[in-house]
Design a protein around this ligand. Structure first.
Ligand code: FMN
Ligand code: SF4
Length: 431
């Protein structure tokens, strides 16, 4: 693209963004990531604070706290642990310490509230997991991102169909967690309704087979999420930023496309949504969710479909680390901010480098996804492009040599092809 005909990335991404009454100082956002190493009982640790402060110092305008749970149920069924807890009053003090530290470094901070993991929940201690319909997540071996190999793929445990009582109990628990986030000083909250998690399972006909008022039409499929947004809005008042995180496309045969998801979003935003954080695909189409190319979402027309359906509600674009590409999308009106995850693991100073025209100094994420392999195996997340990542606080534990070897092997196509062949042969051997 002819750079002289477009606004410079530094100017566009460096300009302030209004979310409800909050002014965010620029348009580079740290996306939610479960890399924060909270304490075993679910409180922000010194490493949590140091990791987030480092990104605030690097210039991002807004930080999302991910790997966090809104309810005791989510804490018990989470596939990743430990998580940062918002489900009890006793956590507010520690959360406030985290918020105050990030504010000191000049960034705004939002809490990602995970209501329940739904189809991705892990049933433990005899507890049930539930979703819109009893449908497991089927992850084919070929659907994983680059350099992530899962021999034979994976099928999650079957959830129960959520009862209306389940839906209403969860709604009340999310409202209470939003109140706690606000009491801790968070500048806003996001209700996680993406991937294959609880609310996500209602939004697409691929996972929602219900015949009651929560299934069928787009309006019915939007109902559970719309109701929780409305209830949170009533709790926190009109001026407090409340948003949702949604998948924008199933990327599956017979799945829902961007126009379908945008139609569902259209039924939700009027309940009081101040922003929509867009994510691609879900666990059944992981390669789309964590892509290796900048700008996939724009190429698929997904932010554009949301813009037509929901007007000027701020939209956060994902996976577009190429600064001018993100800036052009914002200038064109397709999105309002760029939200980055892996790129900000690899280079915490990305934002400041863009703002000061030092793009040549950016340490680029290579999309080889060793961070993701670590997350999937509950090994401390580190980034091989940024040795500081994971020990921003000097007392944080690094992974062991054996764990590093395992992560390397899990990203090796040849070794994993052997493991795949062994997995395929195993059931035959039993017969
Ligand atoms: C290590 C890791 C942890 C993640 N944890 C979360 C999380 O807690 N919540 C969430 O919504 N997304 C999570 N994600 C997804 C990212 O926020 C993001 O959507 C995805 O990585 C694609 O964006 P990117 O191309 O900028 O990395 C995680 C991703 C990675 C790599
Ligand atoms: S480990 Fe680092 S460089 Fe590799 S994909 Fe993750 S963030 Fe990017």
């Amino acid at each position: 693209m002819d750079v002289t005909s477009t606004k410079r990335a530094s100017e566009v991404l460096g300009s302030p963004l209004m979310i409800n009454k909050l002014v965010v100082k620029n348009r580079v956002i740290l996306g939610p990531m479960a890399v924060l190493r909270p304490t075993e009982d679910g409180r922000p640790s010194e490493q949590t604070i140091a990791f987030l402060r480092r990104r605030a110092k690097g210039g991002v305008g807004l930080i999302f706290v991910g790997g966090s749970v809104a309810t005791e149920r989510a804490w018990n069924e989470s596939p990743f642990f430990p998580n940062i807890r918002f489900d009890k009053e006793g956590f507010i003090g520690d959360l406030r310490r985290l918020v105050d530290a990030v504010h000191e470094d000049g960034a705004s901070i939002f809490a990602q509230l995970f209501p329940s993991f739904g189809r991705m929940g892990v049933p433990r201690n005899g507890e049930r997991i539930s979703a819109a319909s009893p449908k497991p997540v089927v992850m084919g071996a070929a659907g994983f991102p680059d350099h992530v190999y899962v021999p034979g793929g994976r099928v999650t445990p079957l959830p129960d169909e959520a009862t209306v009582e389940d839906i209403k109990a969860l709604e009340a628990a999310v409202v209470a967690s939003a109140r706690r986030a606000r009491a801790a000083g968070f500048d806003g909250v996001e209700i996680a309704a993406h991937m294959c998690y609880f609310y996500s399972s209602f939004l697409s006909p691929l996972a929602n087979k219900r015949t009651d008022e929560y299934g069928g039409s787009a309006e019915n499929r939007a109902r559970a999420l719309r109701d929780v947004v409305a209830a949170v809005r009533t709790e926190v008042g009109p001026d407090y930023p409340v948003g949702i995180r949604m998948s924008v496309n199933d990327h599956m045969p017979e799945g829902q496309d961007a126009v379908g998801f945008a139609e569902v979003a259209g039924h939700i935003v009027s309940a009081g949504v101040d922003f929509v954080s867009l994510t691609e695909g879900n666990y059944e189409s992981m390669a789309q969710n964590v892509p290796s190319q900048s700008g996939n979402m724009l190429a698929h027309g997904e932010p554009q479909a949301f813009r037509s359906a929901i007007g000027d509600v701020p939209l956060f674009l994902s996976s577009t680390p190429e600064p001018q590409q993100a800036a052009d999308a914002i200038t064109a009106g397709h999105a309002d901010a760029t939200m980055l995850a892996r790129q900000l693991l690899a280079d915490p100073d990305y934002a400041n480098k863009v703002f000061s025209g030092r793009e040549g100094d950016i340490v680029w994420c290579d999309h080889a996804n060793s961070c993701l392999r670590r997350l999937m195996t509950n090994i401390p997340v580190q980034c091989h492009k940024n040795p500081e990542m994971g020990s921003e606080d000097s007392s944080a534990k690094r992974s062991t040599l054996l764990q590093n070897l395992f992560i390397w092997a899990a990203g090796n196509a040849f070794l994993m092809a052997i493991a795949d062949a062994a997995a395929k042969a195993a059931p035959k051997a039993k017969r």
